[in-house]
Design a protein around this ligand. Structure first.
Ligand SMILES: Nc1ncnc2c1ncn2[C@@H]1O[C@H](COP(=O)(O)OP(=O)(O)OP(=O)(O)O)[C@@H](O)[C@H]1O
Length: 345
């Protein structure tokens, strides 16, 4: 667990952190978000003592970070920044191996670890001996994440690590990171400017402005009523839609549609493809058009995709396939009800 109490930091007359209280439970990913200059990077760097604080306390697993020698502290904390900062003359392997070598791991163990991390983050094995200049921006970012994870630190600090790549690569990196985090459950503090990135990665979103934390909570919480006007305007009026993008249909408690074995409902006989399997036809309520059932979203579709499909078809409910492959129905009320529920957690 990371615990900050009343942390203050000034650069000369500029008060960068003004009384930060924050608790990040073990295994959780906290995403710091806020406008440029609000103190996100400073806050991150106080945790591994790249920035020393003026007042307050920071504890890591119950121990004051001031009690650690900074070098020892940094070996326990993975650190990953925008632009990566890979050593240009080192190979990918040697870049990832930096901290394990400092910790005097045997080379055989380092080799296994490097291969394991490259595989986990989707880097081909053949890249092991490449130099950073031979990598694309996204690949270099992956190497940066591998390097931060190399010595298996319990804590990971990530300062806009995916900021410098195109949107598609960014999405892929986010996905890879989500998978890694699911498996490794590190305690992560992640800085971003991007609301969608925060929603995608965070267990807890922390909104900052002018050196203070204005609000913190689950991504769902911010879809509900909020106290602070700045938080509302910073996250934007499309926040609930962005939140729907993170979650899959399978989060809804779906009722499968009743079996129906009669003729097709009136109006549908001409629109349903003849190849439609009987089991699918057996579950069609009258108001679904042929188009709605010809390719129902699967249980891995996002709630945003489902809502988009409803809007496109002009329907208040559409069929989806549940985990078992059976047809179920998602209604507009299901989505609104779910949003209301998560915003109250
Ligand atoms: N080493 C420094 N010396 C003086 N002022 C600094 C230093 N580092 C940061 N600042 C100032 O402290 C404030 C907070 O900076 P910080 O980098 O923490 O913000 P940020 O929220 O991470 O910004 P960005 O999103 O633009 O990276 C800013 O006004 C910045 O100019």
């Amino acid at each position: 667990m990371i615990l900050l109490k009343q942390v203050f930091k000034a650069y000369g007359a500029l008060e960068a952190l003004r009384g930060i209280d924050l608790e990040i439970p073990e295994g959780e990913c906290a995403v710091l978000i806020g406008p440029s200059g609000c103190g996100k990077s400073t806050l991150l760097k106080t945790i591994n003592r790249m920035v020393d604080i003026d007042a307050g306390t920071i504890e890591l697993g119950g121990v004051d970070v001031g009690a650690y020698a900074p070098e020892l502290l940094r070996r326990q904390i993975g650190y990953c920044i925008q632009g990566v900062g890979l050593f240009p003359h080192f190979t990918v392997h040697d870049n990832i191996a930096v901290v394990p070598r400092l910790m005097k791991w045997p080379e055989a163990k380092i080799e296994v670890r490097v291969r394991e991390l490259m595989e986990m983050s989707g880097l081909p094995e053949s890249y092991r001996l490449k130099k950073p200049k031979e990598l694309s921006g996204g690949e270099a970012q992956r190497v940066g994440v591998c390097r931060a994870l190399a010595a298996d630190p319990p804590v990971l600090l990530m300062d806009e690590p995916f900021g410098a790549v195109d949107p598609l690569t960014r999405e892929r990196l986010q996905l890879a990171f989500t998978e890694i985090q699911k498996a490794l459950k590190k305690t992560v503090v992640f800085v971003t400017h991007d609301v969608e990135e925060a929603i995608t990665l965070a267990d807890r979103i922390v909104v900052m402005n002018q050196g203070r934390i204005l609000d913190a909570g689950t991504p769902g919480k911010f879809a509900g009523a909020l106290k602070d006007d700045f938080v509302v305007s910073f996250l934007g009026s499309e926040y609930p839609l962005k939140l729907l993008r993170r979650y899959e249909v399978s989060v809804l408690a779906l009722e499968t549609l009743p079996e129906w074995r009669g003729d097709l409902p009136a109006g549908m006989r001409d629109t349903v493809p003849e190849t439609m399997p009987d089991t699918l036809l057996g579950a069609i309520p009258d108001h679904f058009s042929g188009e709605a059932i010809s390719q129902p979203p699967g249980h891995e579709a996002s709630l945003k995709e489902v809502l988009s499909e409803m809007l496109r078809l002009g329907l208040r409910s559409i069929p989806v396939r549940d985990k078992t492959g059976r047809l179920a129905q998602v209604t507009y009320e299901d989505l609104a009800g779910w949003l209301k529920e998560v915003s109250q957690v």
